[in-house]
Design a protein around this ligand. Structure first.
Ligand SMILES: NC(=O)c1ccc[n+]([C@@H]2O[C@H](COP(=O)([O-])OP(=O)(O)OC[C@H]3O[C@@H](n4cnc5c(N)ncnc54)[C@H](O)[C@@H]3O)[C@@H](O)[C@H]2O)c1
Length: 350
């Protein structure tokens, strides 16, 4: 099968990560690309899209199987709904929306339409996180009682300075990340929507939990959007947890994603920076995975590939579906509401 793919959003991330991956596959036809910038025709020619347009409806009319949505955060929801309601499979960038209700609406529409919905959360597809997930799913932790979820990123430029700094890691021939996507509160900029979306999605996928309440604070650190986030969580079922994040690692430091799950039968420690996964049980059984140094570094090759494999039937495993994404969105939505109200505890879901 050849997947007829359309793309909306042709900025920094689409052109540095997604389009090269899709263009390299024999089973993908790049039918059309939709965007706004003057570089759009260059992007069309660089990756071999059949046509370019500024009109999203025109893209959707092109007899597609699937759409990849890599626009600014606050546009994802409307664009995803239009595609899902036409029965198209969607790869929707994180955060899939900014509000809990619209995130769950996407989940419901996806289920009703019977389409694939993948969010490119790269850490959910690392072999060592998949091994950790298999150990948890085998029941080795027992019932979860406490969770720690921490993330820090070398993203001071992205959120508070020159976003082009990050092109040292992922470059595009046509554009860098735009300030309006990453640094404006009105478009969902900031560390929580931009990065904690990753660590929380990893935590929710690994644990199967859903947050119940959050009491959180964010701080700007001199920026227009949050650079630092901190929260006390409770989960459905009674587990307690902490969430933390910082946008200001020096550029030479690798990302930190640290998820620790404490259960009634054992403890899982997962650390992407120092590539550690260990699960130790109170009965003495222990797993310490052998992980290649450097393999915890962030990359996002597998999610776009998995998206196509799900559509063609080459894979049936989605580690970042609409339910994972909605649990992440509702947590961040509640964290930001809590912080705006001075750190009071708020409900994450009804
Ligand atoms: N999964 C990951 O690891 C990862 C990494 C980086 C970025 N992202 C996500 O990718 C998305 C895009 O980020 P970016 O830095 O490339 O943004 P960007 O600002 O560089 O690009 C946005 C693109 O959307 C287009 N656009 C804007 N409004 C539009 C509209 N109304 N209709 C059609 N196109 C429109 C712009 O022309 C541009 O091509 C964000 O949601 C971001 O969070 C994900």
């Amino acid at each position: 099968m050849t997947v007829r793919l359309g793309a909306v959003g042709a900025g920094w991330w689409a052109t540095s990560n997604h389009f090269p991956i899709f263009a390299a596959r024999d089973d993908v036809e790049l039918v059309g690309v939709c965007g706004l910038g003057p570089e759009l025709d260059t992007v069309r020619d660089q990756f071999g899209f059949g046509f370019s347009t500024g009109d999203y409806e025109k893209l959707l009319d092109a007899d597609l199987d699937a759409v990849v949505i890599t626009t600014p955060h606050d546009l994802h929801y409307e664009q995803a709904v239009l595609a899902i309601d036409r029965g198209l499979h969607v790869l929707v960038e994180k955060p899939v929306t900014l509000k809990a209700d619209t995130a769950w609406d996407l989940q419901r529409r996806t289920a009703a339409a019977g389409v694939h919905f993948v969010v490119p959360y790269g850490w959910n597809y690392k072999p060592f996180t998949e091994q950790a997930k298999a150990l948890i799913d085998a029941g080795h932790l027992g019932e979860l009682q406490y969770v720690q979820c921490h993330m820090a990123s070398p993203t001071r430029g992205l959120f508070a300075g020159d976003p082009n700094d990050i092109r040292a890691l992922w470059d595009s021939e046509t554009s860098g990340p735009s300030v309006s996507t990453w640094q404006s509160p009105e478009h969902g900029g900031g560390y929580a929507h931009g990065q904690i979306t990753h660590s929380s999605a990893l935590m929710f996928w690994l644990s199967g939990l859903r947050a119940a309440t959050v009491a959180g604070r964010t701080s700007l650190g001199g920026a227009r959007v949050d650079l630092f986030d901190s929260a006390v969580l409770t989960f459905d079922g009674g587990a307690l947890g902490t969430l933390s994040g910082a946008a200001t690692l020096p550029d030479i430091n690798p990302y930190q994603v640290d998820v620790k799950l404490f259960g009634t039968e054992g403890v899982l420690l997962l650390d992407t920076e120092r590539e550690r996964v260990s699960l130790h049980r109170y009965d003495g059984q222990a797993w310490d995975l052998d992980i290649e140094p450097g393999s915890g570094a962030y990359e996002c090759f597998e999610p776009p590939n998995r998206f196509i494999d799900l559509i063609t039937g080459a894979s049936t495993v989605n580690n970042s579906d609409a339910s994972i994404a909605a649990r992440s969105v509702e947590l961040i939505d509640a964290l930001l509401r809590s912080s705006a109200a001075g750190g009071v505890e708020v409900a994450v879901h009804p």
